[in-house]
Design a protein around this ligand. Structure first.
Ligand code: NAI
Ligand code: SF4
Length: 510
């Protein structure tokens, strides 16, 4: 009997380890031969732990599984099991996706290089090694943009590093996924770590780098363990090391663990941290592409950008660019969270409207109450009201509504949300996480909290002060932390002014 129980951190948090243990114990009790795979998560977090059992070559799903319900999996065909879901690939959540970056996540044993290759792994690296001069053009033509949030064209970044002349170049993977409500980097690393290694190796061949680093946040212990094991296995198999896949080219990777600062997800801060310095933002220029790690040309890319590269190299730029809208080509792994019925990871081509994402895919709120707001793009992203839910999910389209796609975190709030409190949270978050280098962010965020507290106490005369402060932070901050904190604040103020004037109105009425 072949059974999959996710080893993904979200599934484990929901009891997957106890389920796996129950599966082992039940098979032993019955004397049944068992192959138990701890796969990644399929992304349907509300069904975790989602157990899969192979029946006639088809993976049948059961969930959310409990240890008590495990014996039933061993009886009959399991179709009449109370937690039976049917073939996993045919579930509506799975069938409607376009899984390119996440094609293997949840499918394979994350640490089996053989399974990785059997499912198309390493095809991209082989193609890259066969025509190294084509890589940058291929990535540029695919339209791939930085999936960390800024959306800068990946091919142009790589071309800058490739053109730079230096005795040493580096590939740095930014896996310091700090945005609240995002988990795609973690899920990818825990579910398919070899695809990240392959993407980094392709980047190395493209720009002439021989060393790479994966900067992983300390809050992801499972991802750290899986990534370190995968790097070791890739080295043993000759995918990394002095002679990558027999090409004569050298490339190796080190996993480095951060220490819990949100700002270390900002690339220059990350580089400082990687160099053993305090994680403080550096002024740009110089850009890391020219002067990055140890002052050398460095590709700094998010996990998802690098993990998408193998698919593009294996299938061609045109196949990737065929998906999406406008300048947002390809697919994006949406992370749907907050007060939502069906939360999880959903990879789909750019272009769905927020309404399709929140109501269609997410199924509305978990509380059953009306949706009041959706925050798009992490804690520094704007809040969208239902009136703007026809906005298509694309970089320019979301920016056109004063928002940002960011790392594609989508957090849902019902009508009990207090948008003034959410605005205060943004300023407080910025004050806590500020690196302190520039004044608009260091001082502005603290003053922002105070100003919002005065508004909350009924002093609506402070609203223009808050608006002015947001303007100063947005245009005067050195990096996106201080520069983007005004997005949630101003969107809350613009779309829900009543939440900011409620106290004053109440006092006037009394
Ligand atoms: P940015 O716009 O300054 O830079 C984007 C990237 O393009 C950088 O890597 C930069 O070095 C590179 N670049 C710019 N010009 C270049 C050129 N001529 N040649 C080569 N490379 C060039 O944006 P930044 O500050 O790096 O990122 C901000 C974004 O980070 C925000 O949009 C936010 O959504 C996102 N973010 C993501 C988080 C996460 O958890 N993934 C957390 C916090 C913020
Ligand atoms: Fe540091 Fe904030 Fe300035 Fe960024 S905006 S450099 S986090 S003080």
């Amino acid at each position: 009997m072949r059974v999959w129980v996710p080893g993904d951190a979200a599934a484990r948090a929901l009891g997957a380890d106890a389920v796996a243990e129950a599966v082992r114990a039940e098979a032993a009790r019955r004397g049944e031969a068992l192959t138990l795979v701890r796969n990644g998560s399929r992304g349907m977090v509300w069904l975790e732990p989602l157990v899969e059992v192979e029946r006639d070559g088809v993976r049948m799903g059961f969930g959310p599984m409990t240890p008590e319900a495990v014996p039933g999996l061993f009886e009959g065909e399991g179709a009449d099991h109370p937690l039976a879901l049917g073939p996993v690939e045919a579930l509506p959540w799975m069938a409607a996706q376009t899984r390119l970056t996440f094609a293997r996540v949840g499918v394979i044993d994350p640490l089996s290089l053989a399974e990785y290759e059997a499912q198309g792994g390493l095809a991209g690296l082989h193609a890259a090694l066969a025509a190294p001069d084509r890589i940058v053009t291929e990535i540029t033509d695919s339209g791939l943009r930085g999936r960390g949030g800024a959306g800068f064209p990946t091919g142009i970044k790589w071309a800058t590093v490739a053109r730079a002349s230096a005795p040493q170049k580096y590939i740095v993977c930014n896996a310091d996924e700090g945005d609240s409500g995002t988990f795609a980097d973690r899920m990818l690393i825990e579910g398919d770590p070899f695809v990240l290694i392959e993407g980094m190796a392709i980047a190395a061949v493209a720009v002439g780098a021989t060393r790479g680093f994966i900067y992983l946040r300390s809050e992801y212990p499972d991802a750290i363990r899986v990534m370190e094991a995968a790097v070791r296995l890739a080295r043993d198999a000759g995918v990394l090391g002095p002679d990558v896949l027999g090409s004569g080219l050298a490339f190796d990777i080190e996993v480095r663990v951060g220490a819990g600062a949100y700002v270390c997800g900002e690339e220059t801060s990350l580089l400082n941290s990687l160099e053993g310095k305090r994680g403080i933002v550096r002024a740009k220029p110089p850009i890391p592409a020219l002067e990055g790690f140890m002052g050398r040309p460095t590709v700094v890319n998010n996990v998802l950008s690098l993990a998408t590269v193998p698919w593009i190299m294996a299938h061609g730029a045109a196949a990737y660019a065929a998906h999406g809208i406008g300048l947002s080509r390809g697919t994006m792994p949406l992370q749907i969270a907050g007060n939502v019925r069906h939360g999880g990871l959903y990879e789909v081509a750019f272009g769905l409207t927020l309404s399709e994402i929140v109501e269609g895919i997410g199924g509305g709120t978990a509380s059953g109450r009306p949706v009041k707001a959706v925050q798009v793009g992490g804690p520094l992203g704007a809040y969208f009201p239902p009136a703007l839910f026809d906005t298509p999910f694309g970089y320019e389209e979301v920016a056109g509504q004063e928002g940002l796609v960011g790392h594609a975190g989508i957090v849902v709030f019902d009508d009990t949300a207090d948008m003034l409190a959410q605005a205060r949270f943004a300023m407080e978050f910025c004050a806590i996480e500020s690196c302190g280098k520039c004044t608009p962010c260091r001082i502005g965020s603290v003053r922002g909290v105070e100003t919002i507290d005065r508004i909350a106490a009924g002093d609506t005369g402070m609203i223009p002060v808050l608006t002015d402060l947001c303007h100063t932070m947005k245009w005067g901050s050195l990096c996106a932390l201080g520069g983007f904190a005004p997005y949630p604040v101003m969107s809350a103020l613009t779309h829900w002014p009543e939440d900011f004037t409620a106290r004053a109105a109440q006092e006037a009425a009394e």
